[in-house]
Design a protein around this ligand. Structure first.
Ligand SMILES: C[S@@+](CC[C@H](N)C(=O)[O-])C[C@H]1O[C@@H](n2cnc3c(N)ncnc32)[C@H](O)[C@@H]1O
Length: 234
């Protein structure tokens, strides 16, 4: 007779799912590892990350809704933010992971989100859009996951129109204090958890022509940050 799965069995499986996906060579992620990781995350992503990343999505989308025109959400994932964009916007989502996108597509169909123009499999570091194509671009919880964050920033800058905005919502590491100590300790697990606990803002600030307009702490406990940049007009 088949033994039904116990809670410890299920926890063991979940731990394996979380620990396997990363490119162990340098502890970091490459595109192949990211695709593999999110293929595994996709079935449980909403359950695990709905609540902890809720506030950041909320403030990110609220900021985007203040603007008008076309929006690119890079690393749209399962599309948890999509139902919250205002109807006056036309939103395009891109992601590297087909499995995450399939969930986003279901969400768009189910919610009849007709302000979502398209969902495309694409690398945020190599966008297939012309220069100056979008009024606003946003990436939530993505910049510390990609192999080359500066390349992604440069691409977001390129596809945003002059005078348009680039918005990031992410965790950035502290420079000192208890949080910095905890983050440095967690760094040894970076390749397992799939994001870099030690990722100072300095890694991306000043690496493009984008002008930082606002730097705002986000719940829970100010662990996350929203950065709003403007692309200069000339
Ligand atoms: C932590 S999830 C965040 C998803 C979503 N933004 C949210 O708020 O739930 C990171 C997402 O970035 C995607 N991603 C990672 N690297 C990428 C890249 N180079 N180009 C596009 N998407 C990427 C992953 O596939 C995943 O869906």
């Amino acid at each position: 007779m088949m033994r039904s799965e116990t809670l410890p069995d299920r926890l063991r499986k979940l731990r394996k799912r979380i620990q396997r996906p990363f490119n162990a060579k340098d502890g970091g992620l490459d595109d192949v590892a990211v695709r593999a990781a999110y293929a595994r995350w996709a079935p449980i992503y909403d359950m695990v990350f709905r609540a902890p990343l809720y506030w950041g999505r909320r403030v990110g989308v609220k900021r985007v809704n203040e603007f008008s025109g076309t929006v690119l959400e890079a690393g749209v994932g399962t599309g948890m933010a999509l139902p919250h964009y205002s109807k006056h916007l036309k939103v395009t989502g891109i992601d590297l992971s087909q499995e995450m996108l399939a969930k986003a597509e279901r969400r768009v169909r189910g919610g009849k989100l007709d302000n979502v123009d398209g969902l495309l499999a694409m690398d945020a570091g190599n966008l297939a859009f012309p220069d100056n194509h979008f009024d606003v671009t946003i990436a939530m919880y993505v910049i510390t996951v990609v192999p080359d964050p500066v390349k992604v920033m440069l691409e977001l800058e390129r596809v945003t129109r002059p005078g348009g905005h680039v918005i990031l919502v992410n965790h950035f590491s502290a420079e000192k204090g208890l949080r910095a100590i905890v983050e440095q300790w967690l760094e040894r697990y970076a390749s397992r958890v799939g994001w870099n606990p030690v990722f100072p803002k300095a890694r991306i600030l000043g690496r493009t022509h984008l002008l930082l307009e606002e730097d705002q702490s986000v719940h829970p406990f100010g662990l996350f940050t929203m950065l709003t940049f403007r692309k200069p007009r000339a």
